[in-house]
Design a protein around this ligand. Structure first.
Ligand code: GP9
Ligand code: MN
Length: 446
């Protein structure tokens, strides 16, 4: 009902944090290019194979680059909606649903959003586009993106089908190298500033991938074929991104663009499921028997990097997650966020909340990792990886109780907005509601 939005707005007001003046507007007027690294985990960064070879040399160089801010305590917060949950958080500042996939349900197909493309268009004149190598109807993207206010959606039909390379199209979409090399044909015609995202897919588990695609990269010789495949496709993804960066440099686009890279969620043996643990455990000198859920949570880290000329690069140790990306980016773009209903907080803000809520209500703080089985919480020390005996620790217990309440309220508020489509009752000052019928993604080209 209409009054429920009042609770949401009260929550929003209380949890809003002011931007950091050092970063606010730093990307004012720049193009924003989001690169969605499918199933890409943080551990891949600077990971070396037994033969000494790096799996992702280009992303490693970017990670330590003087114009790149790289986060090393950034967590994915997806639920069963996986990719779609990550997209939902980055575009709308709201979580995915507690179960199910947000894109297939009312949330994606009917709800009112005040999302990134619309905000950037209205406040700063951005044109927006998504590039994805599957059909428009895949995961109902052709509906969801209209609700978000995306001007263009370059799906599979926009890419060259004569090229034998694109024939490798399979369940998830065309290979990443083709997505980028074909996608730039459209990118270079777009009006600037633009807000665009490239959704890669090749690193998705069970993607049909041939040794030819592998180039010089050696077999990784791991006894587990899934692990080998993961390294190979991650390496391929790394090369794809490198080629795209070369293009951006060659055209000078890198000079007036902010490039944001993030991993959407786990890819290898770190779902919540214990059957997944085996391949991950051997990589870290553990066995499925000694692998703990704390180890699993460590694997929930994914990359988040912001690359831009004039940005002072470095490794940022702030704890945060995907829900925090939208306010962070809007502030960089020079847009105030206090009017918008967003569950995260700007990672650069001095008051940023380092309480990272997972979709299943477990959470992480800079010092503790907390699991919630029914009424009792299990608290682990991040430093030792050991469970803490809470019986003689009333002070910590009080803290944990307080964190639990905050995590619950955050998720509950987000779920209320999503399940009851509450944003239809609230239009931020000066915001024009998105009309999905204004957008058509018909392929005019072929
Ligand atoms: C691919 C996506 C499916 O872009 O739609 O990927 P998943 O959700 O399984 O990661
Ligand atoms: Mn995904």
């Amino acid at each position: 009902t209409e009054t429920e939005i009042d609770d949401v707005l009260a929550y929003n007001k209380k949890n809003y944090v002011a931007p950091n003046p050092v970063y606010f507007g730093k990307a004012n007027g720049k193009n924003i290019i989001i690169i969605h690294l499918e199933s890409f985990e943080q551990f891949l960064i600077n990971f070396k194979l037994p033969n000494g070879e790096e799996v992702t040399p280009f992303l490693n160089s970017l990670y330590g680059d003087k114009n790149t801010i790289s986060f090393d305590n950034f967590y994915h917060e997806v639920g069963t909606g996986r990719t779609s949950d990550a997209e939902t958080m980055l575009e709308s500042g709201l979580f995915g649903l507690p179960s199910g996939t947000s894109f297939f349900t009312k949330l994606g197909t009917e709800n009112t959003f005040q999302g990134a493309p619309a905000i950037l268009a209205q406040k700063k004149g951005y044109t927006s586009a998504v590039f994805h190598g599957n059909t428009g109807g895949f995961w109902s993207r052709n509906i969801v993106y209209k609700n978000l206010g995306y001007n263009y959606f370059f799906d599979q039909s926009y890419y060259d089908h004569e090229n034998p390379d694109t024939q490798s199209l399979n369940t998830y979409g065309i290979k990443d190298k083709i997505l980028f090399s074909e996608g730039v044909k459209y990118l270079e015609q777009m009006q600037q500033p633009f807000y665009v995202k490239f959704l890669t897919v090749t690193n998705h588990e069970s993607y049909q991938f041939s040794d030819e695609d592998n180039g010089d990269f050696q077999s990784t010789d791991n006894p587990d074929s899934k692990v080998n495949q993961y390294f190979k496709t991650a390496h391929y993804l790394d090369k794809s991104v490198e080629e795209f960066f070369n293009y951006l440099k060659a055209t000078g686009l890198d000079k007036n663009s902010m490039i944001v890279l993030y991993g959407d969620h786990y890819g290898l043996g770190n779902g919540q499921d214990s059957k997944d643990r085996k391949p991950a455990s051997v990589l870290f000198g553990k066995t499925p028997e000694t692998w703990t859920k704390f180890d699993t949570t460590q694997m929930q880290r994914v990359p988040f990097m912001i690359h831009m000329d004039g940005l002072k690069g470095g490794i940022n140790h702030t704890y945060g997650g995907e829900i925090d990306v939208l306010p962070t980016l809007l502030h960089l773009a020079g847009i105030n966020t206090d009017q918008y209903v967003q569950m995260g907080t700007d990672l650069f803000s001095k008051q940023h909340s380092q309480l990272v809520a997972f979709r299943n209500k477990d959470f992480v703080t800079p010092n503790y990792t907390v699991y919630r089985d029914g009424d009792t919480a299990q608290v682990y020390s991040n430093k030792t990886g050991e469970e803490i005996d809470m019986r003689d620790n009333p002070e910590l217990l009080t803290k944990v109780d307080n964190w639990e309440k905050r995590v619950d309220l955050k998720l509950k508020t987000s779920d209320n907005v999503n399940n009851k489509n509450l944003l239809r009752f609230y239009t931020p000052l000066g915001f024009i509601p998105v009309n999905p019928t204004n957008y058509s993604y018909q392929n005019q080209v072929q």
